[in-house]
Write a protein that binds this ligand. Structure first.
Ligand SMILES: [Zn+2]
Length: 186
């Protein structure tokens, strides 16, 4: 493990001397060797983790059509610069200062969407009936799909300009991003 101060200011509080980086090599089951990098700020508590593959970093888009409850177990690595979309739900989670990389499975990704929908829902005021209904119907749909009450049909898309992300499933499709697309995502 290697700990080093960084010559840049904290992206959240702006403190110029508080940011540290910890890097260590780690094996992620099924994904192989990665360097885990954690940035942390001792002033405000900001923390960001990323997992960088030792090999095979290609900026690209991973797409998986989820059509069975078994597909929910597919393993994923999501880099901190990766945009995650579920096309049928018309939802996307864009990377931001506070987004960390994570290792999870498809169900874990969907649960993060559920959390995001709940946060949105709780911020609505009672007059926004249409938005409230939309949130409720999304939540109900997702819960029925995961619970096996209605056939599951979701398309999960990971767009990563750094090439740190991956969906591990035999039906996952990968395509490289063009330079223009990489620029648009960064
Ligand atoms: Zn800070």
């Amino acid at each position: 493990m290697q700990e080093s101060p960084i010559e840049s200011s904290c992206p959240v509080c702006g403190d110029e001397n508080s940011l540290k980086m910890i890097a260590h090599s780690t094996q992620i089951a099924y994904f192989g060797e990665h360097t885990q990098i954690t940035l942390s700020c001792s002033t405000c508590g900001f923390r960001q983790t990323d997992f960088i593959p030792a090999e095979g970093k290609i900026p690209g888009v991973w797409t998986l059509e989820i059509s069975s409850v078994d597909d929910l177990n597919a393993r994923v690595v999501r880099g901190s610069n990766c945009t995650v979309e579920i096309s049928e739900l018309d939802l996307a989670v864009y990377p931001g200062i506070h987004s960390s990389g994570y290792v999870s499975n498809v169900e874990g990704v969907i649960n993060r969407f559920v959390d995001a929908i709940n946060i949105t829902k709780n911020q609505l005021n009672p007059e926004e009936k249409n938005d409230l209904e939309k949130c409720n119907s999304l939540l109900e749909n997702i819960s029925n799909m995961i619970g096996g009450k209605i056939p599951i049909k979701l398309t999960l898309i990971f767009s990563d300009p750094m090439g740190h992300s991956k969906i591990l499933h035999e039906n996952a499709i990968f395509r490289e991003l063009s330079e223009k697309e990489v620029e648009d995502l960064l």
